[in-house]
Write a protein of this length. Structure first.
Lengths: 354, 347
């Protein structure tokens, strides 16, 4: 599967304060967030961010509150102006855009879903979902047609004439997603889109997003503070702390080889058996092994394999992908992988940490 | 000699004082003192506790080169009269349409027979408020006023309020929008609005009387508009600033132009606040239209004024009651319209 980079963030810095450009030198020289705040009264929002966001994937940016994740996502469509750095979308530098080009980018190529839904309270659900089309200047009929189509797709048929405040939080966010999808943009920015919802609804919405994603293959940038959510959704996971990237990569990879004590703390509480996949712990080989008990799918999670084996650690399985063997799974390896790992000793911290 | 003689001597200003004598006519106080037998210049010992404040008038007694307070007010007057012609040259044509609007509206309202106008007002009330009880209030109020022969006056007052409120909204909403977009403009405008709101209503009339002829309707029109425009400006500014930041961010994120944002998001969401401002503007123009009868504004205020001037207690009280009635029904009608608006926005 060849991957094309859709959005690329290069050397992005954001410093909040009156004289942010002068402060940039200090931050580049390695001054930390608390020190800068104490000495100069400026706040580091983001420092030295480099991310390549692949087309058709879900890139999850995870961090606790104050880590700069919401600031970061607002740089992609320049709702916030960076202090330094480049944002390349489809090979074009967004920072060089003028007002009209920026508007066209926001209207046609990027859509956004918000934590607090941010629907227009004075417009009906249908008017809200077709909003992006209307902003672009399309006529009422086509805006309503698209709005209707996506409302049905997110399971809200019958609510077209309602006002947002008449809907529950989960339904409002469905309207938010329909609104973003109806704009037919390639890139979808989701700012803590499910954080305001209660856990069951949140799971529903995550499933809805994954289902839509399988079909639509959008480039999704998803912000969250919830590790379980990020592991469930992410193709590419970026972990942010104090405005800097600590580690980024494939979620399974981060789970098995965390390179920072902060991340180890983070992942120590999760259910590894449910999150880890067979492909991450198998031995990559096409040789037929000995004492094979059966076959497992490469993308099955470890929990299901444990259930299948009945807890017997002496068993071995053949790992299959599209009907071909791609590796062998030893139950002993599997059990070992369930123990939380220490930080990989050769782990290189990406960027400075505060 | 007076109290502060010594002061001028110390600074060696005695000469200057004597050489620049401003002799004006004798003041009333001087005249009284003279006739009481105290010859000017007689040595009077002032007790320490009664030491006068060194004001213009007191200093003038010691040094006649000093201007008196009445000289100062005369300068203000001369200054105002000096710029009056220039000001009038600019303001007169600019405000002329206001006279036309006020006069035209008066003629228009008076031309409509009562049996057409009362149902029309009821229909307008029902259309904006969708409330039967408010409509009935309007009907009974006007029938009552017509029955006691106050109908014509009430309609005159109503006509002035319509015109002035319309102009207040026409000017006030754009000013409010501009203020909400620009913090500096807001900082400049707010003290002006504060001043307009706190200035005693009579004080408005004084410079206007000099600028325009009392026979022109724009004189009271300007006074009413200046006084009543404040709430609509303030609440438009506030309303637009209070629009949910998240919604504005969403509008930005989907690439709305500032025009789309203003017309499609900010004004609709600020509308309840703007309408509350319009309600206040109507109430304040009603308050001012009574005072404006001092400068020939027609309407119920004229009767109140007659009540005061010739002590016709009954005339003043009855017309005062009619004004209250008018205020209540204008307030109810706009409030009902406002709550209907709130329901649609917040649904």
């Amino acid at each position: 599967m060849s991957k094309t980079v859709k959005v690329s963030i290069k050397g992005l810095y954001k410093i909040f304060g009156d004289d942010s450009h002068a402060m940039l030198e200090h931050v580049k020289a390695g001054m930390g967030k608390p020190e800068l705040l104490e000495k100069y009264g400026h706040v580091v929002g983001l420092q030295n961010i480099d991310i390549d966001i692949n087309a058709g994937e879900i890139t999850v940016i995870m961090g606790l509150s104050g880590s700069g994740k919401s600031t970061l996502i607002r740089h992609l469509n320049r709702l916030i102006e960076p202090t330094a750095g480049e944002i390349i979308v489809d090979g074009e530098n967004v920072m060089a855009y003028d007002e009209a080009q920026l508007q066209s980018l926001r209207q046609n190529r990027m859509s956004m879903v918000f934590q607090k839904f941010a629907l227009f309270p004075h417009r009906t659900v249908l008017e809200n979902s077709g909003m992006a089309r209307r902003v672009r200047g399309e006529d009422e009929a086509s805006a309503n047609k698209e709005g209707q189509k996506w409302l049905e797709r997110v399971g809200l048929e019958g609510y077209e004439g309602h006002y947002p405040s008449q809907l529950s939080g989960g339904m409002q966010q469905r309207v938010g997603i329909a609104r973003a999808l109806a704009s037919d943009s390639d890139i979808m920015l989701m700012d803590e889109a499910f954080s305001a919802l209660d856990p069951l609804i949140r799971t529903d919405m995550q499933d809805l997003l994954l289902e839509l994603q399988r079909e639509l293959k959008k480039t999704v940038v998803f912000i969250t503070h919830d590790l379980d959510e990020s592991l469930k959704l992410a193709d590419h996971l970026v972990i942010l702390k104090d405005g800097a990237i600590i580690q980024q990569g494939e979620p399974q990879e981060i789970l098995l080889h965390p390179n920072d004590p902060y991340i180890i703390d983070f992942i120590s509480d999760i259910n590894r058996a449910r999150v880890l996949r067979v492909r991450s712990v198998m031995e990559k080989t096409t040789k037929a092994g000995s004492k094979i008990t059966g076959e497992v799918d490469f993308d099955a999670n470890l929990e299901s394999v444990i259930a299948m084996s009945g807890g017997d650690t002496s068993k071995n399985y053949r790992v299959m992908k599209d009907g071909k063997q791609i590796g062998l799974l030893h139950m002993q390896e599997l059990v070992r992988a369930l123990v939380p790992t220490d930080a990989a000793e050769d782990g290189i911290r990406a960027g400075g940490t505060g | 000699m007076a109290m502060y003689d010594g002061l001028f001597s110390v600074f060696g200003l005695k000469e200057w004082c004597d050489s620049n004598t401003t002799t004006g006519p004798m003041t009333m106080a001087e005249l009284l003192a003279k006739s009481a037998g105290k010859a000017d210049g007689a040595e009077v010992v002032t007790p320490f506790l009664e030491t006068p404040f060194p004001s213009l008038d007191t200093l003038n007694k010691s040094c006649s080169a000093f201007p008196r307070t009445r000289d100062m007010t005369a300068w203000v007057e001369d200054g105002f009269l000096g710029i009056k012609d220039g000001l009038k040259y600019v303001l007169d044509p600019l405000t002329q349409p206001l006279s036309w609007a006020l006069d035209g509206s008066l003629i228009f309202f008076e031309a409509i027979p009562w049996f057409v106008l009362i149902p029309a007002l009821m229909a307008i009330t029902y259309y904006t408020s969708r409330s039967i009880s408010v409509m009935l209030l309007v009907m009974f109020s006007f029938l009552f006023m017509a029955f006691i022969d106050h109908y014509d006056r009430a309609i005159q007052t109503l006509s002035i309020i319509f015109v002035c409120t319309f102009i207040c909204v026409l000017l006030g909403v754009p000013i409010g929008i501009a203020m909400s977009k620009n913090d500096r403009l807001q900082r400049i405008t707010i003290p002006i609005l504060d001043m307009l709101q706190t200035l005693p209503t009579f004080v408005y009339l004084i410079p206007l009387i000099f600028l325009f002829s009392v026979t022109e309707s724009k004189l009271y029109g300007i006074a009413i508009i200046l006084y009543a425009i404040v709430p609509v400006v303030r609440l438009t500014d506030l309303g637009i600033r209070l629009v949910d930041k998240d919604v504005i961010e969403a509008a930005d994120a989907f690439g709305m132009t500032s025009r789309q944002k203003l017309l499609g998001v900010q004004i609709p969401l600020a509308l309840p606040n703007i309408m509350a401002g319009v309600n206040q503007t109507i109430m304040m123009s009603l308050a001012m239209v009574v005072i404006a009868s001092l400068v020939s504004a027609p309407g119920l205020g004229v009767l109140v004024l007659r009540g005061i001037r010739s002590l016709e207690l009954g005339v003043g009280l009855v017309s005062g009651f009619c004004i209250v009635l008018l205020a209540v029904l204008l307030d109810r009608a706009t409030k009902a319209a406002l709550s209907r608006l709130n329901n649609t926005v917040e649904q």
